[in-house]
Design a protein around this ligand. Structure first.
Ligand code: KIV
Length: 287
């Protein structure tokens, strides 16, 4: 049985911190599920870390569906949240159609969308239709072209707006809110004022949970390492080393060995060679 949004919310009530990670494919999703990660986000960060775009803006709903399906196939227990990409929730009706596709065709259990007061009616429309919604405030990557990539809400006015946006999303029915790149004391103040969990990324330790982009955590994506990311491994180095060793062994004839190869009865091979020789160099096209 998969974890539900109610179990995630109960974790806040119990004071249990919530670990969340992104995943984009079957294999890594399976490993995260086995590690007991309760919340997995198929983030539109896949635009950068998997598809090689400069931002999340080019990611399409079809891209999201493709990756959500793989992550759902790889997991049994985690609650899967799929990002609604740029401009796919510009109106409540558009959001309903597209979020519905992520749940019905993709198989995820919830969607995430970015924004505050302006999207509260959309959040209400989705939750009333039975679609669990995770909000996303602070630095919202789909608005990188207007916001720039830096810590948000550092002034009193911007911090007030963020707190009010969070309360509006909660009232509209969001089951949790991601807080990205905001000052830690502000994230803590938001967390204390909400009944629903906050999930921080670059928002300090005072949130109810934390989310990281898996490729940052594993040291797989090294084009840009954000300050808030912690590399628990450096797998890009491991991959480079393993690929180098493989290439070297192939060039030297050291791989494959007998252990990696199949054998056959010598008599069968001799018979096959004899038959080929009997028919001449070229077999008939239509025997
Ligand atoms: O797309 C993503 O990975 C995200 C996280 C940064 C929260 O939205």
């Amino acid at each position: 049985m998969r974890i539900t949004i109610h179990e995630i919310q109960a974790m806040k009530t119990r004071g249990e911190r919530i670990p969340m990670l992104t995943a984009y494919d079957y294999t890594t999703a399976k490993a995260l599920d086995a590690a007991g990660i309760p919340l997995i986000l198929v983030g539109d960060s896949l635009g950068m870390v998997v598809l090689g775009y400069a931002s999340t803006v080019p990611v399409t709903l079809e891209d999201m569906l493709h990756h959500i399906k793989a992550v759902v196939r790889g997991t049994e227990r985690a609650l899967i949240v799929g990002d609604l990409p740029f401009l796919t929730y510009a109106t409540p009706e558009l959001a309903l159609r597209n979020a519905g596709r992520l749940l019905q065709e993709g198989g995820c259990q919830a969607v995430k969308l970015e924004g505050g007061a302006a999207i509260a009616p959309t959040v209400r429309r989705l939750t009333e239709a039975g679609i669990p919604v995770m909000g996303h405030l602070g630095f919202t990557p789909q608005s990188v072209n207007t916001l720039g990539m830096h810590v948000q809400a550092k002034t009193a006015a911007a911090a007030q707006r963020l707190i009010e946006d969070a309360l509006l999303l909660e009232q509209a029915g969001a089951f949790a809110i991601v807080l990205e790149l905001i000052p830690a004391p502000l994230a803590q103040a938001v967390t204390e004022r909400l009944r629903i969990p906050t999930i921080g990324i670059g928002a300090g330790a005072g949130c109810d949970g934390q989310v990281q982009v898996l490729h940052d955590l594993l040291g797989l994506y090294t084009d840009f390492v954000p300050r808030h990311a912690k590399q628990y491994r450096r797998l890009a180095d491991e991959i480079r080393a393993a690929a180098g060793e493989y290439a070297d062994e192939v060039r030297r004839g050291a791989f494959p060995t007998r252990a990696h190869s199949a054998t056959m009865d010598q008599a069968e091979l001799q018979e096959a060679l004899r038959r080929v020789a009997d028919r001449g160099a070229m077999p008939d096209a239509n025997p």
